[in-house]
Design a protein around this ligand. Structure first.
Ligand code: HEM
Length: 511
């Protein structure tokens, strides 16, 4: 026993000594960005970073300027904060920056999925084929049907659908978008009632995983939470298994195409199940939270709500929903709604906060817009956090923390694309979808899903905040860097369907 204690002690001393040595060895070389290793060996600034990435990076930028390297858990990250210098990183013409390597390790840890060569390109080509252009039109129709099913039920609205109901707005939006999105992409069985129940149960489990996700990625879970994550992973692998797919119809061409590719590559069915889990996460983790922010901003800004409703009436005519009907309008109308587009772009500016990461594959230099060159070290990670460096830059977006529904509209009412920093036109004036090689391949579907949902809510429902004076809740600080942010608490609201029908006694015409 004593011997074991001594051995363990010696091992710990050796580990600490090794970490301290590594620490001492790493020094800022000439022409490298400012280096900030933090005061804790190996961990560096990991604790402050994980606690609140946004505040941490603001502090580092104030201390070091537009480029700096920080140590986070034994790994060195170089953050570039000047958006006018993003071009060479995102284009990466020298081919020295690697997105795939980092992503492969992450998806293995989080979803259990082991990448096969070429699958990253395959996801992007499947998405170009089926989540854009004609493929997207087809999916949009499927999405409208799914939204009808989820929001109105399998037999259309019931008689009491036009009475007020109360819910948390975040829960309401996430729940509907998740269920409709899941069913549209992963298919139905013959029993719609059962499908809805199963989608509801899956959402409950999805939220459990979602809540643990940030700390799981940072390896901060306690023993019980590790067990819970394992259980959830197994549950998703089973529920989304290719074996279960056999019982389904209406599986999207996107999923079908990707699974066929994996089969042809000889990927085992169990690994295909894990791939499905990864796709569920990518496709459903952000649309609900973004729709929440969009509806909340509209509820807090009556002039924006009025503008969206007026545009909808102009384009679609008066919204009518007879009892037992499903939502019915031409999805192509979504292309003629610049006000709604601007609301969504503004919502994503305020709500989407991804981190873009690239592994530096070889020592090389990065030329900043100022003309200054910095050496990047092989093995380090180059990181961008556009929420802070672009979305919140007052030079690019005046009063950046304020929601302005028409920020992305020109005076003539078309889409505004001209934004400037230091007098120079800026290409990346928002980056909710990432950019370059890792740009979100589902962005067009995501936008039309969310626009459809918001449109249905503002045209077919009366909705109001339970407490109109409730402030917009702050962002949960754990969620910085992981796509769309989530609120630190939910906001109560009430809603009722505007039914225009003889089936509804005393039925009101929409007004
Ligand atoms: C508001 C909704 C969404 C937001 C804000 C969003 C954002 C993002 C971002 C920032 C990335 C790239 C991260 C990086 O650089 O590593 C990404 C990747 C991805 N997104 Fe989205 N996304 C959304 C919805 C969707 C939807 C609806 C789908 C599919 C139907 C989708 C599919 C994917 C996939 C497959 C990837 C990984 C691509 C790869 O491996 O290169 N996303 N998303």
């Amino acid at each position: 026993m004593v011997l074991w204690g001594l051995l363990l002690g010696a091992l710990m001393v050796a580990t600490v000594a090794y970490l301290c040595l590594q620490e001492l060895l790493r020094q800022q070389r000439p022409k490298e960005p400012p280096l900030d290793k933090g005061s804790v060996p190996w961990l560096g600034h990991a604790l402050a970073f994980r606690k609140n990435m946004f505040e941490f990076l603001k502090h580092m930028r104030a201390k070091h300027g537009d480029i700096f390297t920080v140590q986070l858990g034994g790994q060195y990250f170089t953050f570039v904060m000047d958006p006018l210098s993003f071009g060479p990183i995102l284009k990466d013409t020298q081919r020295k920056l690697d997105f795939v390597e980092y992503a492969e390790n992450l998806v293995l840890k989080v979803f259990g999925y082991r990448s096969v060569p070429g699958d990253y390109q395959m996801i992007h080509s499947a998405s170009t084929k089926h989540l854009m252009g004609d493929g997207l039109e087809e999916l949009n129709k499927a999405m409208l049907d799914s939204l009808s099913l989820v929001m109105l039920g399998p037999t259309g609205p019931s008689l009491d659908a036009s009475s007020w109901r109360e819910d948390g707005l975040f829960h309401f939006c996430y729940n509907i978008l998740f269920k409709a999105g899941y069913l549209s992409l992963f298919g139905y069985t013959k029993d719609k009632e059962q499908d809805l129940l199963q989608a509801e149960e899956l959402f409950v489990q999805f939220r459990k995983f979602d809540r643990l996700f940030p700390r799981f990625v940072y390896s901060l879970l306690g023993p019980r939470e590790w067990l819970e994550v394992g259980r959830l992973q197994r549950l998703f692998h089973k529920t989304l298994s290719v074996e279960h797919n056999m019982e389904k119809y209406g599986i999207s061409n996107w999923i079908t195409y990707m699974l066929q590719y994996l089969r042809e590559q000889g990927v085992a069915p169990a690994m295909q199940d894990k791939f499905n889990f990864m796709m569920l996460w990518a496709s459903q983790g952000n649309t609900g939270p973004t729709s929440f922010w969009a509806l909340l901003f509209l509820l807090k800004h009556p002039e924006a709500m009025r503008a969206v409703r007026e545009e909808a009436t102009q384009v679609l005519g008066e919204a009518r929903l007879e009892a037992k009907q499903s939502f019915n309008f031409k999805v192509s109308a979504l292309h003629r709604m610049p006000v709604l587009d601007s609301v969504m772009e503004e919502t994503l500016r305020l709500g989407a906060a991804p981190t873009l990461l690239r592994v530096v594959n070889d020592d090389h230099s990065l030329k900043m817009a100022s003309g200054q060159e910095y050496l990047l070290r092989s093995g380090d990670i180059l990181a961008l956090f556009p929420y802070l460096s672009v979305h919140m830059d007052p030079d690019i977006h005046s009063e950046p923390t304020t929601f302005k529904y028409d920020r992305f509209l020109t005076p003539s009412g078309s889409r505004k694309v001209d934004f400037y920093k230091a007098g120079k036109k800026i290409h990346h004036y928002t980056m909710p979808w990432g950019s370059g090689v890792s740009i979100c391949p589902g962005r067009f579907l995501a936008l039309s899903e969310m626009k459809l949902f918001v449109l249905l809510m503002v045209t077919h429902f009366d909705l109001e905040l339970v407490d109109p004076d409730t402030p917009v809740p702050p962002v949960d600080p754990q969620r910085w860097g992981f796509g769309t942010t989530q609120p630190s608490h939910d906001v109560r609201f009430r809603y009722r369907l505007r039914l225009w029908s003889e089936l509804c006694p005393g039925g009101r015409k929409p007004g």
